[in-house]
Design a protein around this ligand. Structure first.
Ligand SMILES: Cc1ncc(COP(=O)(O)O)c(C=O)c1O
Length: 374
């Protein structure tokens, strides 16, 4: 029996929780493969202060709605979109599902994406009963010519371009993809869940392509950059494009709710707003440069040691080729280093999230060199 007949005292309960979770690794220990990070202490403090707030009750919490609009505007600015709309979501998966739902509601029933797109894209297509068309890749990036040919055969749809593939750290050629999409009467959703905080600031804030009419939406996740989980972001080109995500909610004083969820964590919004204000453009760019520098360091060290690598990273993700994925992952786990699979190719990958240090990376490079160098 798991549910006790009588309640117990908090001290005993807390002791049991601490005992049962005592061997769980913390990010700082050496989690180097997960797309999660240790949240900023200040953002966590803000999050705690608002844990009771339902963001989908703007009648009770109008200030949180205002903060959400501002947080979305800031995310839009990071991506180079000044008039964009959107919402804070629970993460990249929800943002991608919502984005493809918006495309479907606008009449695009087909999803074009590569095998390197995040699994949530295929999940979204399945949930939304949209036709999923896999686009061939060139060097783990969308091949625009192949996309053009496929669209000519199959018809219009929504193309998911990824700014920072989860498995190998590549960036799809968004401009070329947007041109092909426009030519074929299609639209583009950019999944910049992780890369959105990295690529635009490092490219002089040139944005991710909202200047092209075909680009209609993007995903960018604050919880991959220091906000507490759950915090994702959906940025869309206009309030009008977002409107199918406003649903009737008869018993709510406002009469409506935004997004796929009902009750939504207001704490995520306030913490995201606080994190973006704390970092500002300079803090985001500094962090992006630090993480990218780390990835280049890992790549060059492993490459010099003769370890087989998949692609030079365009976001701070390094995928190391190996057929012995499980053996390597288990061996490194034994050393307190937690790596994940590349997925799209046989190999193991490390991602430089904000908690990662050169001390972690020195241990990582030494261990991978010992296991995989010829
Ligand atoms: C490119 C990309 N898109 C979407 C997601 C899904 O994000 P979440 O796990 O927050 O739902 C991830 C997660 O790693 C990702 O890397």
């Amino acid at each position: 029996m798991v549910l006790p007949n009588e309640g117990s005292d908090w001290v005993g309960i807390l002791r049991e929780i601490l005992e049962r979770t005592s061997s769980m690794p913390r990010h700082e220990d050496g989690i180097l493969g997960s797309m999660t990070t240790a949240p900023e202490p200040e953002a966590t403090a803000v999050f705690r202060r608002f844990i009771h707030v339902n963001a989908n009750d703007p009648w009770l919490y109008p200030a949180v709605s205002e903060l959400e609009k501002e947080a979305v505007a800031m995310l839009g600015e990071v991506l180079g979109c000044s008039g964009c709309s959107g919402m804070i979501t629970s993460g990249g998966t929800e943002a991608n599902i919502a984005a493809l739902y918006l495309a479907r509601e606008a009449g695009y029933g087909r999803v074009y994406a590569t095998a390197a797109a995040h699994d949530s894209v295929r999940k979204a297509a399945k949930l939304l009963r949209m036709e999923y068309v896999e686009v061939p890749m060139k060097d783990y990036r969308i091949d625009p010519e192949a996309l053009d040919k496929l669209m000519g055969e199959k018809g219009e749809g929504v193309v998911v371009a990824t700014m920072g593939t989860t498995g190998v750290g590549t960036v799809d050629p968004i401009e070329a993809v947007a041109e092909v999409a426009a030519k074929n009467g299609s639209v583009v959703h950019v999944d910049a869940a992780y890369g959105g905080f990295i690529v635009p600031p490092l490219k002089g804030w040139e944005g991710l392509g909202f200047g092209n009419d075909a680009v209609v939406s993007a995903t960018i996740d604050p919880h991959k950059f220091g906000a507490p989980i759950p915090a994702g972001g959906l940025v869309v080109k206009s309030r009008e494009w977002l409107s199918p995500l406003i649903f009737e909610a008869k018993y709510m004083p406002s009469g409506e709710q935004l997004g796929l969820l009902g009750t939504r964590p207001g704490a995520s919004i306030v913490a995201t707003w606080a994190l973006l204000k704390k970092l500002g453009r300079s803090g985001i760019a500094e962090r992006a440069a630090r993480l990218m520098g780390m990835a280049r360091w890992v790549y060059s060290r492993l490459s010099a040691a003769g370890v087989a690598l998949v692609a030079e990273p365009e976001v701070p993700i390094v995928c190391v080729k190996t057929r012995r994925e499980s053996v390597v992952i288990d061996a490194l786990r034994g050393l307190g280093l937690y790596l994940y699979r590349c997925g799209v190719v046989k190999g193991v990958r490390a991602v430089m999230m904000p908690h990662v240090t050169y001390s972690h990376l020195t241990r990582l490079v030494n261990a991978l060199t010992a296991f995989l160098a010829p």
